[in-house]
Design a protein around this ligand. Sequence first.
Ligand code: CP
Ligand code: NVA
Length: 294
Amino acid sequence: MKRDFLTLSDLSPDEHLLLFRRAHELKKNARQRTLEGRSLLLLFEKASTRTRISFEAAIGQLGGTAITLPTADSQIARGETLEDTARVASRYVDAIMFRTHGDERLKAFARAATVPVINGLSDGGHPVQVLADLFTVEEKLGETAGKTIVFIGDCASNMARSYCEAAPIFGFSLRLSAPEGYRPSAAELRGARVTANPTEAVQGADVVVTDVWTSMGQEAEAKARLNALSSYTVDETLVAKAAPHAIVLHCLPAHRGEEITAGVVDGPRSAIFDEAENRLHVQKALLEQLILRR
Ligand code: CP
Ligand code: NVA
């Protein structure tokens, strides 16, 4: 039976522990060709910098090959079904990463594929990014369990929603700070506390996280979002209210001066570029786990 990674819950807490352990090993010793002769399809319905480069580098370093296909260049753009695409691609490659819009598209694709499918960002979540984030927390602060993470800004974003899913799996407490209308549904909260006041939310936090205010696909709402979220910028004054050892994360791309200031992105608390690097290491471990069924 193939295993997919569409959400963080697709791996058990023990499997997440093993994955992080393996990612640490791979970070120390990058030259391990465990996926010699294997191939990975990267299928994109949205733009990407990090996801494309890190997955291409990941499979390449492990001895395999990446095939990158923006759906706009494929027969999907001319009406071929997702299901037929998934069935055919499964005859050529050992795993498929899919970056798409609705989660129904992702699920339909994964149902039709006969090789593991990885969610490379959907409207509902960005699980590979949150893996990299939590790996970074472990690396910088020793562990994620028991830590307090605060997510500020668009808390209905795919990133915030994957954080809500992650909290009970990784054992951290999650605070969200967003205005009404920019919060996950009550069912998705899974114990996260929500407040409208970012200063209150950030008090003593170990990790401060934010994401863009306008995600891919929401461009038509950009102006309204900028207005609604304007008092949720992660700036130096806000970060100073977190714990003295606190780190700041952002999945990137960042809009300096909107959700986060340049001073914070480029400042001493920022772990943002290590976080970006860690995409490579956790995804190598994930590819091994799914393809070799470790
Ligand atoms: N963080 C992230 O997924 O970046 P890209 O959109 O550049 O892939
Ligand atoms: N929430 C953002 C994340 C980008 C990596 C988006 O979906 O555009």
